[in-house]
Design a protein around this ligand. Structure first.
Ligand SMILES: [Mn+2]
Length: 318
C-alpha cells in the first residue's frame, strides 16, 4: 500500500481526528493542519476533527485553532510540519495509539506510527496537496487559500530551493481547481504597518558582519519596545535580508524577556546551518533554522560556529 492510501485509510477509520503542528507556528504549520481539517470534513462531514495548538494573532486570518477534546486519546493524531516530539504544540504524540506524521523537515526522530517525510518537498502544505491528488480527499476553496499561503511563505514566493516542477504543478492545479484570489492572500500575508519598515531599517543598518560574511544583530527588549514591535517580529522579517552581496549567513537574536531566552533565527545563501543550530537545541532546514538559547555566552559561540561553517563554504566554493 502506498503512503497516500495508508494515510487515507487511517483518516477513513478514525474519529476523532486531532491535527497538530509545531510551536511558534508559521503559515505552513497553521495552513497544513487547518486546511487538512477542512479537507477531511469535506469528505467526512460527520467526523470530529480538531486542529490544536496555541493561537497566534499574526496569522489569525488562516483560521481558528480548537481545544483538545477529552477523548483525544481514542483518536488519530496527524502532526504536520514538525520533525520532533518536543516541538509538537499542544499534544504528546506518544499519548496516541494511532498517529501520522506529514513533514518536510530532515528526519530527527520517530514520533508517529506512520511517517511520511519528504525533505525534498517545499512545504508541508505542498504535501497536503499531494495527498489530495492521490486519494479521494478533495480540496475546498478555503483549504486552497490556506495551503497556498503556507507554500508561498515556506518557499518565499517560490524563491527557495525545493521549489520544484512538482511545486508548480501542484500549485497550478490548486489555482485552477479552487479559483483562489491570490492578490487577496498576498495582501493578508505581506501588508504591514510602517513601524515594521522602520524597524527593518534599524536591523539593516545595524548588522555586525564577520570576516566570513555572517551578519548578526542582537535585539534587546528595549529596542523592541522602542520600535513598538513584538518578540517574533525580527524572525518573521528575516527573509527580507536575502540577496545581500556581502552576506552569506544572517542571524537575528531577539531577547524574549518573558521566557528568559534569546530567539535565534538564521538564514543562509549557501552554507548549511541546521547542523550548527542542532548543537544549541534548535534545528530546521539546511538554509533556514532557529533555536531558543538561554545563555548569552552560547550565542557568541554559536556565531563563531556559523562563521566557521561559512568560512569552509567560501573556501570550498572559491
Ligand atoms: Mn514548513
Amino acid at each position: 500500500m502506498n503512503i497516500y492510501k495508508k494515510i487515507y485509510k487511517q483518516i477513513q477509520k478514525s474519529d476523532p481526528i486531532i491535527l497538530a503542528h509545531h510551536i511558534g507556528p508559521d503559515p505552513d504549520a497553521l495552513g497544513s493542519s487547518l486546511a487538512l481539517k477542512e479537507i477531511i470534513l469535506n469528505k467526512f462531514p460527520k467526523k470530529h476533527v480538531y486542529a490544536v495548538g496555541h493561537p497566534t494573532s499574526k496569522f489569525a486570518f488562516l483560521g481558528k485553532l480548537d481545544k483538545l477534546p477529552e477523548n483525544y486519546k481514542e483518536g488519530l493524531l496527524i502532526v504536520t510540519d514538525t520533525p520532533d516530539k518536543h516541538r509538537v504544540d499542544g499534544v504528546n504524540p506518544f499519548d496516541f495509539e494511532k498517529s501520522v506524521k506529514i513533514d518536510h523537515h530532515p528526519f530527527i526522530e520517530k514520533t508517529c506510527k506512520i511517517e511520511w517525510i519528504d525533505p525534498n518537498a517545499s512545504s508541508a502544505c505542498q504535501m497536503i496537496l499531494e495527498l489530495c491528488e492521490n486519494t479521494r480527499l478533495k480540496l475546498t476553496k478555503e483549504a486552497g487559500e490556506k495551503l497556498f499561503a503556507g507554500i508561498i511563505t515556506d518557499t518565499n514566493r517560490f524563491m527557495f530551493a525545493y521549489t520544484t516542477d512538482k511545486t508548480f504543478k501542484l500549485v497550478g492545479n490548486l489555482v485552477k481547481k479552487t479559483n483562489i484570489d491570490i492578490n487577496e492572500i498576498y495582501n493578508k500575508l505581506y501588508l504591514r504597518p510602517y513601524k515594521e519598515i522602520k524597524f527593518q531599517s534599524f536591523i539593516g543598518s545595524n548588522f555586525s558582519i564577520t570576516e566570513n560574511q555572517v551578519a548578526y544583530i542582537k535585539i534587546t527588549d528595549d529596542i523592541l519596545k522602542e520600535y513598538n514591535v513584538e518578540v517574533p517580529t525580527p524572525g518573521n522579517m528575516i527573509n527580507n535580508f536575502n540577496f545581500i552581496d556581502e552576506i552569506l549567513v544572517w542571524v537575528t537574536i531577539t531577547e524574549d524577556k518573558n521566557f528568559g531566552v534569546y530567539r535565534v533565527s538564521v538564514r543562509s545563501r549557501g552554507p548549511i546551518i541546521n547542523s550548527v543550530l542542532e548543537n544549541y537545541g534548535g534545528g530546521g532546514h539546511k538554509y533556514a533554522s532557529g533555536a531558543r538559547i538561554k545563555d548569552e555566552e552560547n550565542i557568541d559561540i554559536m556565531i563563531k560556529d556559523l562563521d566557521e561553517v561559512s568560512k569552509n563554504y567560501i573556501k570550498e566554493n572559491a
